[in-house]
Design a protein around this ligand. Sequence first.
Ligand code: BG6
Length: 475
Amino acid sequence: MNIDSHLFVIFGGTGDLAERKLLPSLVRLIRDEEAGDRCVVLGVSRQDLGDAAYREWAKNALLESGLGEPGVERWCDDNLHHQALAGDAGGFEALRKRIESIEAEQGLPGNRVFYLAIPPGAFTPTIEALGAAGLNHAPGWARVVVEKPFGTDLESARALNDLLLSQFDESQIYRIDHYLGKATVQNLLTFRFTNPMFERLWNRDRVSRVEITVAEDLGIGGRAGYYERAGVVRDMVQNHLTQLLALVAMEPPNFFEADHIRDEKVKVITAVAPIDPDDVVYGRYEAGTRNGQGVPGYLDEAGVSPDSTTPTFVGLRLYVDSWRWQGIPFLLRTGKRLPQRSTHITVTFREPALCVFHGRRDDCVHEPDVLLIILEPDEGFSLRFNVKSPAEDTTIDTQSLHFRYSDVYGKLPDAYQTLILDILEGEQTLFVRADEVEASWKLYDPLLELPPKLVGYTAGTWGPPEMGQGVPLGA
Ligand code: BG6
């Protein structure tokens, strides 16, 4: 794919995301000659830094990410710029002039990315001001990238979509869900739709349940201000887990193109039956351990209110009322301060119709076949099946076939690198469309309106005891 020379404007140019993800990803793409002939970056923030100080800041940030080569330093000196932005209309006029002058100096054709790596409260004024300054159009193309969280409920997500669509066309809008940039998540469709062996089994006749787990061993870190208002459903379920659900449950698209794929994902999300509040278990971590060290409970984290009702864990059961999945439970589970970091999907297949080896069904002792898809870490697959124990007459053992990405492919690319490359290519498959994000909020809004019935769990355990063990089978 030929990538046009462009100016990459980062709002929040000195923020955490720019420092840890955006600049390192851009520099890796440039180093690998994947970011087009010219990629010039303009970092925008409130501080009045100037180009020289911004370049020094960026060099340090890149060094931290293992990108300290002289070539990188030279690139920073030649291609990094900074613009201080006061939040008024004059500020955006000045920004437009600066963009035009950088483009003229550097001989850029006027293709622009506006990456909103800013707190969600700043989305609205920034989008409005971009439109008012005429920056929603460009001599070449203009693309706007919106980081999560995209709204806090259906109403706010709709309002944000309405605003975005009043200034930009959907084809210019890139809503980020970084899970879609993960190589293993993209592989879900390749795996399903290039291996008819599994696709033939991928339905209510052959599958008895699907579990999607995103376990994190970390707590909320220094993010109480955000997390207290968000909680686990907004932070993880409405976006990341629902995207995984859509990819696991969707029908094959007519073509492998952004809108065909997104059409099928929307069909899954809108087919989910209203979630029964009795099918939802919320938890909140209490003091416990991580890697043998004591860690505080959620209520003792800095910035958390003593009467907080914010859940840090949720397990829920939902049903996709489609021809393929009707009646099959999908179990979604995610939480902080669990024993290990693990994102995985298990597809459990139905047991044999008859238990021929034991005569009577009640005596059946073998396990169902399970496909385990490990998305992170130690990415790969594991297929569990039964074998006759060679030594015993009647004993049935459970064994697994394994595939590990690292054995074959080495380190997988960073999600942000993949996403940025797609933004530069104008490829929207891995970005969430307006109707998709709204369908998802519509599904979870009723849950968010009810006070969560919280069950405490000890940090370093698998969540509320009734949720059982979350250990990936065979991992
Ligand atoms: C973010 C959430 O979107 O995803 C965080 O805000 C969470 O709370 C993170 O820790 C998990 O992402 P990953 O890629 O580390 O699984």
